[in-house]
Design a protein around this ligand. Structure first.
Ligand code: G6P
Length: 613
């Protein structure tokens, strides 16, 4: 949440900052602001998106080769011009941008008010910038030292960038629990919440660690200290991100592009890890810990949002194929429940961003309690990836649309591979069955491609039929129950239609009361097991004048006669159906949201990377 960008070098900072902010807009879009250093400090900020800031700044002085920018997802204080970042200290000497929450801001603010400080905004960030100014003033400290000392008084999460009017050739950055990446270019440094604003300028990056303060000064090497005042060494990593991955590539929205990328991204996720002809699947991250993984008594899977839905599918996969007991937990509930975690448990964390605060904290707790921790993450070098003992990247490339699509199918692909490995290694999957499933999984990219081509127009048509609905119900059984949850989440996230996902049989215990001719019921009915039961559920809906849209297996003539619309998906083995059945539901949510005039890539109130609890 909140995107941070900084630049110090020989080029003009403004265009670099604006471009960087556009790349980071997925992290929040309540307000935007920049600060530029050019002998004096200039701050421009505005409620709304980057485009509104650009219009506001059009006739203003944007000179300067040092600066910072911020795009906000509001926590403390409503989204308006005053609460927008950057925030200035009372004297105007310092400016600061912040991602995170300062938990003891109230105590600090009272102390600062007693010392004579005035506050304009409702934010915790303004408290922080004034605290740094106060510390700096007392002993006339250089800015990096003032930042370090001030942060020792702060509780909570932060990624900050600070500039000092009186020390104009320097930018200071620090973090705790919120991500920060520093790009090292030729005679320049770039700072970002992630690598997306940096990649155009350099591929060499340093991931700042928790409780580190970095000083980026013109003509000098990067210098990093810990909050305890120790000099920290750093490793320069090469990022593999390409600029084209950050563009829409001819699509109207990132979400649509990402839906259509799935045949490729699922294949990318499998690349080098599976061989259909030879019939094997291998994950480097599992190899080192295979003994512990195979002998574990239980697996606990943590996630939030769409990643939690992927975790639910993993429960079906791993219990079914590997006979290992699995518990799926909302990371936010797990961490505050004092859960039982044993040393022979495996705790798996699923996260696209690798930065979700609740998932990170829950994982940290599980690690402290002795479990083996394993990450399934998309963003390379992210905090969760670095915290876990081991893990596997899903390699689906940057996901920019706030509603997750290709990351979900990447996660489910990865979890399918894990389930196959565990099933085989634990002796529950005979070799012939294992090889058959490996072969079937390898066909999913091709089937996803066929499906997308085939269902595109039909889904667009169905979207037109239901775009004015106020409520929608999604039903599924077994492997397709989590798909029902995910379908409902996609619709509500981006179209603002109230939607619920339910296990099909549970419909009779409540949602059936809602069914009438106005509420579409989307049934994922591709299961081979329990097929008759799903058919009965469809009958029950139809008997109450409900409108049914069914996702079925190619050639299904029975449901075709019952449902108002059917969308066919290619046949596959039941454990892998979610990888296909979710695709028309993603597309449907997209088209409905588009027809309703909603901002598909940046839905209201949401953010992609939830770095606050
Ligand atoms: C937010 C995003 C969702 C995502 C969830 C978990 O709510 O909007 O798309 O599923 O966070 O994020 P993670 O990065 O941990 O997968």
């Amino acid at each position: 949440m909140c995107g941070i960008v900084g630049y110090i070098g020989l080029k003009k900072a403004y265009p670099i900052l604006i471009k960087g902010l556009t790349r980071l807009e997925y992290r929040g879009y309540d307000s935007t602001g920049i600060a530029l250093q050019n002998g004096s400090l200039r701050v421009y900020k505005k409620k709304g998106k980057v485009a509104e800031l650009e219009a506001f700044v059009k006739d203003k002085d944007t000179s300067g080769n040092i600066g910072m920018g911020h795009t906000r997802w509001a926590t403390h204080g409503k989204p308006d011009d005053i609460n927008a970042h950057p925030h200035e200290s009372s004297s105007g000497r310092l400016v600061l941008i912040h991602n995170g929450i300062i938990e003891n801001y109230s105590v600090l603010k009272s102390a600062l008010i007693r010392l004579g400080y005035d506050f304009n905004s409702e934010t915790d960030t303004e408290v922080l910038v004034n605290l740094i100014e106060e510390v700096q003033k007392q002993e006339n400290l250089p800015i990096e030292e003032a930042v370090r000392q001030a942060l020792t008084q702060v509780h909570g999460a932060y990624a900050i960038v600070v500039m000092d009017r009186d020390d104009p050739n320097k930018i200071v950055a620090a973090r705790r629990s919120s991500p920060l990446v520093i790009g090292i270019g030729k005679g320049e440094f770039l700072i970002g919440s992630d690598a997306t604003p940096i990649v155009e300028h350099t591929k060499n990056v340093v991931y700042l660690e928790d409780e580190q303060v970095a000083t980026c000064a013109l003509g000098q090497e990067l210098s990093i200290k810990t909050l305890r005042n120790e000099v920290a060494t750093h490793t320069v990593h090469k990022i593999e991100l390409e600029i084209e991955q950050l563009e829409k590539g001819g699509y109207d929205h990132f979400m649509l592009k990402e839906i259509f990328e799935q045949p490729t991204t699922i294949a990318e996720c499998m690349r080098g890890r599976m061989n259909a002809e030879e019939g094997w699947v291998r994950l480097g991250g599992m190899d080192e810990y295979m003994k512990r993984l195979v002998n574990a008594e239980r697996m606990i899977i943590l996630g939030c949002g769409t990643s939690w839905h992927a975790a639910m599918i993993a429960e079906y996969l791993i219990e079914d194929l590997a006979r290992l007991p699995v518990e799926v937990e909302y990371a936010s509930e797990f961490r505050y429940r004092n859960p039982v975690v044993r040393e022979n448990d495996i705790v798996l964390a699923i996260s696209q961003s690798g930065e979700t605060a609740d998932t990170f904290a829950a994982l940290e707790m599980a690690k402290q309690r002795g479990a083996l921790t394993y990450g399934i993450v998309n963003v390379v070098g992210s905090s969760i990836a670095r915290l876990t003992h081991s893990g596997s990247y899903i390699h689906v490339g940057p996901e920019i649309g706030v509603a997750s699509t290709k990351a979900f199918t990447g996660q489910v692909t990865m979890l399918s591979m894990m389930a196959l490995i565990l099933g085989y290694e634990r002796g529950f999957l005979p070799k012939s069955q294992y090889q058959k499933l490996v072969q079937e999984l390898s066909l999913i990219p091709k089937k996803a491609e066929e499906l997308l081509q085939k269902c595109q127009k039909q889904v667009e048509y169905i979207a037109g039929e239901f775009k004015d609905a106020s409520n929608a119900l999604y039903l599924g059984r077994g492997y397709n129950f989590p798909v029902a949850l995910e379908g409902a989440l996609k619709l509500k996230e981006i179209s603002y239609i109230h939607a619920e996902g339910y296990p099909a049989a549970e419909m009779k215990h409540g949602p059936i009361a809602l069914i009438d001719e106005n509420m579409p019921v989307f049934v994922i009915a591709t299961n081979k097991s329990a097929y008759e039961k799903v058919v009965s559920n469809i009958q029950e809906v139809k008997a109450r004048k409900g409108v049914v849209v069914a996702v079925v297996t190619e050639g299904d003539e029975i449901i075709k006669k019952l449902a108002d619309h059917t969308i066919e998906i290619p046949e596959t083995e039941e454990p892998f159906t979610p990888l296909l059945s979710v695709i028309p539901l993603q597309l449907l949510a997209y088209h409905i949201a588009f027809l309703r005039g909603c901002h598909v890539d940046q839905p209201r109130n949401l953010a992609k990377s939830v770095t606050v609890e």
